[in-house]
Design a protein around this ligand. Structure first.
Ligand code: NAD
Length: 381
C-alpha cells in the first residue's frame, strides 16, 4: 500500500520522501511504482514526461529523522500491528515539524490510540486507502477522539487533490464505515453457510447476479485473505458484542492454512484462476437477507453518529463497487420491509445481528419508510 500511496502523491505533484526498514524494501517499492506508472503510460492515462516528473518527485530516505523532518503530511502504511504503529508514531512525532499531520492507513486499528502515542493527538488522523490505491477511488478519513476538525478537513482536501473521493468517518469505530457494513454482510453469508441453509455457490450467485456486486461474498473473502477477515470480524464483534456473533467458519480455515487466493485455496480453489460462479443459482438464496443486514449496519452507523447516509453509500459504491449503497437500497426496498425481514430472521435464529437498529424502528414508526413515502434515510421531492 505504501508504494501505491507514494505514487499517487507524486502523480498529484507533491514531493514525497519514502522510507522502509531497509534499502532493499524501499527499492522494491520504487520498482513497483515504476512498473505501475509504465502501465499508466501504456494505457495512455498519463504521458511519459508525466511519469518521469512523478518519479523525480520521489526520494528514498533512510531513517525517520531524515524522512519526516521537512514533511507537511506523513502517511504511515506499516504492517497492521498496534504496538509497532504506536512506536512509529512516537518516533515520527519526535522528528516531524510541529505543524505536520500524521496519518495512518490502518484498516482497523484505533486512531485515538495512535494519537495517544504522540504529543499531537489533534493532528493525528486515519487516511484509509483501498487496494490498489493507484486505482481505487475511495478514501476514508477517520477522526480519532482527539483529531481536530481542521486536521480532518486538510486530510479530506488532500484526498481530493489526489483525485480521490473521500468520506468522513466521524468516530473511531472498528471497521470504520466500509468494513463495518461489509462485516455484517460477510457474517450473514457465513451464518447461512454454517447453518446449512445455502451453499457457497447459491449465496455467491445471488450476490453477483441478483445484487450485482462485483464479486461473490466468499469470492471477496478469499480475495481479501481469510486471515484478515478473521481478524477484522473478531475486532468488530468485540466492539459490538450485542450486535454480532461470529460463526465458526473462517477461523478453522485459517488454522488449516486456507487463507484464500494468496494460499491458493480458501472457500474456492484459486489454483486455476478466478472461480466461476454459476449464474443459474441466483434465485436460490434470498438476497433481501443480505440487503437487510447491510441496511441495518448502515442504520447503526447513522444512529451512532459515525457517518451520514451519503457518505455510507459513497463508501460502499466507491470502496467495494456495489451498484447502490445500503441507505439507497433500504429506501428503495422500504424500511418497513427491511425491519420485517430482520424481525423474521430474529424470530427464526435469535441472533443479535438481526436486532433492528432503533433508528430504523423510529423511521418506520414515523412513516419514513423510504422512497415511496418520500422520506427515509433521504428526503425525496
Ligand atoms: N493490503 C491491503 O489491501 C490494505 C488496504 C487498506 C489498508 N491496508 C493497511 O495498510 C497497512 C500496510 O498494509 P500492506 O498490505 O501494504 O502491508 P505490507 O506488509 O505489504 O507492507 C508494509 C511495509 O511496511 C514496512 N515496515 C515494517 N516496519 C516498518 C517500520 N518500522 N518503518 C517503516 N516501514 C516498516 C515493511 O517492510 C513493508 O514494506 C496496514 O495497516 C494495512 O492494514 C492494507
Amino acid at each position: 500500500m505504501g508504494h501505491g500511496i507514494a505514487q499517487i502523491m507524486a502523480m498529484a505533484g507533491l514531493g514525497v520522501s519514502m522510507t522502509d526498514v531497509n534499502r532493499e524494501f524501499m527499492e522494491k517499492g520504487y520498482d513497483r511504482i515504476k512498473w505501475s506508472l509504465e502501465k499508466f503510460v501504456e494505457k495512455r492515462t498519463i504521458r511519459q514526461d508525466e511519469m518521469d516528473a512523478a518519479l523525480a518527485r520521489i526520494k528514498l530516505v533512510d531513517g525517520y529523522p531524515n524522512t519526516v523532518s521537512n514533511a507537511d503530511f506523513v502517511i504511515e502504511a506499516a504492517p497492521e500491528d498496534l504496538a509497532l504503529k504506536k512506536k512509529i508514531f512516537s518516533d515520527i512525532d519526535a522528528h516531524a515539524p510541529p505543524h505536520a499531520i500524521l496519518a495512518s492507513n490502518t484498516s482497523a486499528l484505533s486512531i485515538t490510540a495512535l494519537g495517544s502515542a504522540t504529543k499531537r493527538g489533534d493532528r493525528v488522523v486515519g487516511m484509509h486507502f483501498f487496494n490498489p490505491p493507484q486505482i481505487m477511488p475511495l478514501v476514508e478519513v477517520i477522526k480519532g477522539a482527539d483529531t481536530s476538525d481542521q486536521t480532518a478537513q486538510t486530510t479530506f482536501d488532500l484526498a481530493k487533490r489526489l483525485g480521490k473521493t473521500p468520506i468522513l468517518v466521524k468516530k473511531d469505530v472498528r471497521g470504520f464505515v466500509v468494513n463495518s457494513v461489509l462485516g455484517y454482510v460477510f457474517n450473514e453469508a457465513f451464518w447461512a453457510l454454517n447453518r446449512g441453509e445455502a451453499t457457497r455457490d447459491q449465496i455467491d450467485s445471488a450476490v453477483r447476479y441478483k445484487a450485482g456486486f462485483p464479486m461473490g461474498l466468499f469470492e471477496l473473502a478469499d480475495f481479501v485473505g481469510l486471515d484478515i477477515i478473521d481478524d477484522a470480524t473478531k475486532q468488530t464483534a468485540l466492539e459490538y458484542a450485542d450486535r454480532m456473533k461470529i460463526p465458526p467458519v473462517v477461523e478453522p480455515m485459517v488454522k488449516a492454512g486456507k487463507l484464500g487466493q494468496k494460499s491458493g485455496e480458501g472457500f474456492y480453489n484459486w489454483k486455476s484462476g478466478r472461480p466461476r460462479i454459476p449464474f443459474e443459482l441466483a434465485d436460490e438464496f434470498d438476497i433481501d437477507r443480505v440487503y437487510a443486514v447491510a441496511v441495518n449496519g448502515a442504520a447503526w452507523l447513522v444512529y451512532d453518529g459515525v457517518a451520514v447516509p451519503e457518505d455510507i453509500d459513497t463508501g460502499m459504491k466507491f470502496g467495494l463497487g456495489w451498484p447502490s449503497g445500503p441507505c439507497e437500497i433500504g429506501d428503495r426496498l422500504g424500511l418497513d420491509i427491511v425491519v420485517a425481514k430482520l424481525r423474521e430472521l430474529q424470530a427464526k435464529f435469535n441472533e443479535p445481528t438481526y436486532k433492528p437498529c432503533p433508528l430504523l424502528e423510529e423511521y418506520v414508526a414515523k412513516g419514513w419508510t423510504g422512497r415511496q413515502a418520500k422520506r427515509g434515510f433521504y428526503t425525496y421531492a
